[in-house]
Ligand binder design. Structure first.
Ligand code: HEC
Length: 147
């Protein structure tokens, strides 16, 4: 079978051009309300202590969550770069589910030693929106490993 006819060559050229165009196309803009929530969540992530002892998310989740993190004892931990793509996950008891909201609240209450924002609150939604924005475009890998 002829694999290199002029027709096939031009088809391949067109496919390549389309792929390049797609790769160069900017990601579609977020809805302004989502953009606002992500921005607010980013501010909280960097600065909000939630009434705790001074820690913020950024204390452990470095580079806005995109760089590998560091526990207070110096031990490394994964970044949050795909965090939103691996939730929900199964908890240590082997049957309960932990959602991204649960995890964020657990970090505020435990790691930050603050008062966790209520489910449905603007603060929790903003933090979840911000952490989710870090995983934008990542392949969903429910129950998978953080990277
Ligand atoms: C004192 C350090 C520390 C602080 C501060 C902290 N975290 Fe965490 N965070 C951790 C540790 C350790 C883990 C992973 C282990 C675990 O499940 O507890 C984690 C896990 C997470 C995960 C899940 C990551 C994954 O893919 O498994 C998310 C999301 C997260 N934190 C968000 C936050 C947010 C948002 C804040 C601020 C409100 C915050 N964390 C503050 C230490 C911290």
């Amino acid at each position: 079978m002829a694999t290199n006819t002029p027709a096939m060559k031009s088809w391949r050229c067109a496919a390549l051009a389309a792929a390049l165009l797609l790769a160069a196309a900017p990601a579609p803009a977020l809805d302004p309300a989502l953009q606002q929530a992500v921005a607010r969540g980013g501010q909280l992530f960097q600065h909000e202590t939630f009434g705790g002892g001074g820690r913020v998310c950024e204390t452990c989740h470095l580079g806005g969550g995109l760089r590998p993190g560091q526990r207070p004892d110096g031990a490394p931990m994964p970044s949050l770069a795909n965090a939103a793509a691996v939730f929900p996950r199964v908890g240590p008891d082997g049957h309960s589910l932990i959602t991204l909201s649960d995890q964020v609240r657990a970090c505020v209450g435990g790691a930050v030693k603050g008062k966790a924002p209520a489910y449905g609150s603007e603060d929790l939604n903003a933090l979840v929106a911000y952490v989710s924005s870090l995983s934008q475009g990542k392949v969903l890998d429910m129950g998978g490993e953080p990277k």
